[in-house]
Design a protein around this ligand. Structure first.
Ligand code: UT7
Length: 325
């Protein structure tokens, strides 16, 4: 049976130039390199320069993904940006990215699911590409999380960084089997009753301000491993594969202990885990495509590999996708 699949044909990542180490942060809050490394695996984070908006980061990642796919801006007919740190309240960052890249008139909008944003956005793109409504989609996770930090709160400000990652998604004909290239299965979840565990305390229709990120880190931690594992199992079941079939596990990069905990619970070998949290900390919606781009650049992830991505974030939202590259 011939089926239309949403195939990832190019991946790219971008990290801003400025690096902020744990030692740098220990000069402004009561923290230290040892605590941050031991509790999170984070060694450093990147910070966007003052004149860089999140759309600028997104554009750099998108250019790399397009080049990897052998496409140009002229080919793009759909842009979805997953971000929590939009340039402006409106228009959507995706519309700004479209203009900056010089793409033709097409579909462009943002998806807001915080750290799960890229997972959500990829499944939304599948709704267009997999039904023949898009021939060349850009799915981008881009964040300037450092702009949401309360720099007096050591429990959060050491955890986040700025960056962007992008994938190009194109239609491909499959046979309806697990050998097909493309998005094979996904599971998305949200539990709005857990809002207080992780949120930003401002917004256009409440305070009229941007606000600062607030998190009960240890409570989020408790939910993470169990919730993520359930979604991964559901996504694998929908794809018709076993978790043990997965070649590469590309988790949201929030905390080394969480991603290792999920891998352990699911029986995934550590050598199959792509881990970049040490280099760029938690970049929210950008972290999965950043790690994915890293794994491709160093030659580990190859065409035809079976990939598992997962994330959890504010909402609480969480989810997972199984993709054959
Ligand atoms: O991507 C969105 C989803 N977010 C996450 O996945 C984050 C989930 N949570 C976590 O990653 C972890 O809970 C944290 C890394 C945030 C915290 O680690 P923890 O092991 O849960 O520590 P804790 O919050 O229970 O705090 C332990 C101690 C506390 O001191 P006392 O009360 O035991 O004296 C904190 O005040 O560590 C202290 N602490 C710090 N010490 C040095 C908290 N932050 C810091 C810090 N430096 N930056």
């Amino acid at each position: 049976m011939s089926v239309l699949r949403s195939v990832v044909t190019g991946v790219g990542g971008y990290l801003p130039e400025t690096v902020v180490t744990n030692d740098d942060l220990s000069k402004i809050v009561d923290t230290n390199d040892e605590w941050v490394r031991e509790r999170t695996g984070i060694r450093q984070r990147h910070r966007a320069s003052e004149d860089q908006a999140v759309s600028d980061l997104a554009v750099e990642a998108a250019k790399k993904a397009l080049a990897a796919a052998g496409r140009t801006a002229a080919d793009v007919d759909l842009i979805i940006v997953a971000t929590t740190t939009a340039d402006l309240t409106f228009p959507a960052t995706a519309a700004i990215v479209q203009r900056k890249l010089g793409c033709p008139v097409g579909i462009a909008f943002d998806v807001q699911a915080v750290c799960s944003g890229f997972v959500y956005a990829l499944t939304v793109a599948d709704g267009f590409v997999g039904r023949g409504h898009s021939k060349c989609a850009l799915v981008i996770g881009a964040e300037t999380m450092t702009r949401l930090m309360d720099w007096t709160d050591r429990g959060t400000c050491v955890l986040f960084g700025d960056g962007a990652g992008a994938v190009v998604v194109e239609p491909g004909e499959g046979q309806g089997t697990t050998e097909d290239r493309g998005l094979l299965g996904f599971a998305l979840r949200c539990d709005g009753t857990k809002q207080d565990l992780l949120f930003v305390d401002g917004g256009p229709s409440t305070t009229g301000t941007v606000g600062k990120l607030r998190m009960q880190g240890n409570q989020v931690f408790k939910h993470a491993v169990v919730n993520i594992s359930e979604a991964v199992v559901a996504a694998a079941a929908q794809a018709g594969v076993a978790v043990s079939d997965v070649d590469w596990f590309i988790p949201h990069q929030a905390n080394e202990r969480i991603l290792k905990g999920v891998a352990h619970r699911l029986g995934i070998d550590e050598h199959k885990v792509i881990q970049t949290v040490g280099e760029h900390a938690n970049t929210s919606a950008a972290s999965i495509p950043l790690a994915w781009a890293h794994g491709m650049a160093d030659g580990r992830i190859k065409k035809g590999d079976l990939l598992l991505i997962e994330a959890m974030g504010g909402g609480l939202t969480w989810g997972a996708c199984v993709i054959r590259l």
